[in-house]
Design a binder for this molecule. Structure first.
Ligand SMILES: [Fe+2]
Length: 384
């Protein structure tokens, strides 16, 4: 027994010698015991923060309709625009789909934001619908708006033609990308028409190019059905909205022209046809759902381009900016609001609705734009 005890003592001594930090291991256990609740608390705080951000993006910001106002002077002399300017109410991308609670809330906010405003033009730059179930609420929205003095005008957006599934968007986008690489998709947004097999290094290089393609803000939902665009147009035309499909109108007794083009992705945009009959040098506003129309040289004839489609990126990340602009022509920072090309003002509307129903840092809005002549007229009563 004694020997065993001694051996045991020796063993303890040996352990102490072999593990001189055994005293510290008691502190380590304490730290370990403290670390678990601290980690849990940290994870809990992160989960809570994430849930709060998610709740904000899902339930608050999409319903927070803002009002934006701006005055724009033409960037070149264009005689014929009233000296007091034109007051434009610009809406876009309502994306209604019959989700009554969401859509009624937005309609009520738009009604409050626009009540009593004196407007010359009411403009909607497309994506009225997400799918056909939204028509009734689109009409309710139009009925809630102030009546314009010179008319209401619109162009169609890609969602007015089709509805899309985002579930298979990555696979579909890959197919579109491949078709574009094969040169089969030009002129219609790159819809796939061919299948080409890849293997080995060629495939690896193609995957790298696909990564760059995604970074250029292309992610297409897969078209899975058609909306009844004829019914939408009929219903809106009955309410006095004129669709400008590759055509122009002169605004009342002014010399100002309004040109509209069909959607860049799903329609057949034709600027030559749109500008036909518009005198060179006349002040012109161009309506296009998709801002990528600026790739066409003829778009430079316009003094102001009004467009939508980007939703302002919908999710705008701190430091990084809009997550996805859905535009190949705009820089990431141009996905929302004012920008410019040459002598052409461009205004990109973030929209009132959403495709995927979240917004963060890109709230829905209505915009009032006052379009003014290039120079202020001299005051006749000023001494000089
Ligand atoms: Fe849209």
């Amino acid at each position: 027994m004694m020997a065993g005890e001694e051996r045991g003592v020796e063993r303890e001594k040996g352990q102490a010698a072999a593990f001189p930090a055994s005293v510290g291991s008691t502190g380590g256990d304490r730290w370990g015991r403290q670390r678990v609740p601290m980690l849990l608390a940290g994870l809990g705080a992160m989960a809570g923060f994430g849930a709060a951000l998610g709740g904000y993006a899902l339930f608050f910001e999409p319903f927070s309709v803002r009002t934006e106002r701006m005055a724009l002077r033409l960037l070149r002399e264009r005689p014929g625009i009233p000296s007091e300017g034109l007051n434009i109410l610009h809406l876009s991308d309502t994306h209604f789909r019959g989700a009554d609670r969401r859509e009624h809330a937005k309609i009520a906010q738009v009604r409050r934001a626009t009540a009593g405003e004196k407007i010359d033009l009411l403009i909607h730059t497309g994506d009225f619908l997400h799918d056909d179930r939204g028509l009734e609420n689109v009409l309710a929205l139009v009925d809630s708006l102030p009546k314009p003095r010179l008319g209401a005008f619109a162009v169609t957006g890609n969602h007015d033609y089709l509805f899309y599934s985002m579930r298979r968007a990555p696979v579909y986008t890959w197919r579109v990308f491949r078709a574009r690489e094969e040169g089969a998709g030009s002129g219609n947004g790159g819809r796939p028409r061919v299948d080409v097999d890849d293997s080995g290094m060629a495939l690896a290089r193609r995957i790298l190019r696909f990564g760059r393609y995604l970074l250029q803000n292309r992610m297409d939902g897969e078209p899975v059905g058609q909306n009844d665009i004829a019914r939408l147009r009929r219903a809106l035309e009955e309410r006095g909205i004129q669709f400008l499909d590759n055509r122009a109108v002169r605004l009342g007794s002014t010399e100002v022209y309004l040109v509209g083009v069909e959607d860049w992705l799903e329609g057949r945009p034709d600027l030559q046809k749109g500008f036909a009959g518009v005198p060179r040098g006349a002040p012109t506003v161009l309506l296009s759902h998709n801002p990528d129309i600026i790739a066409s040289e003829a778009a430079g004839r316009a003094d102001l381009i009004l467009c939508g489609h980007t939703h302002g990126g919908q999710i705008v990340l701190p430091l990084l900016g809009p997550a996805y602009t859905h535009s190949e022509q705009l820089a990431r920072g141009e996905a929302s609001g004012y920008t410019r090309r040459g002598n052409t003002h461009i205004y990109v509307h973030r929209g009132l609705g959403e495709s995927i129903p979240v917004r963060f840092g890109a709230p829905p809005h209505v915009t009032f734009i006052r379009l003014l002549p290039a120079h202020e007229e001299p005051d006749m009563f000023c001494a000089g």
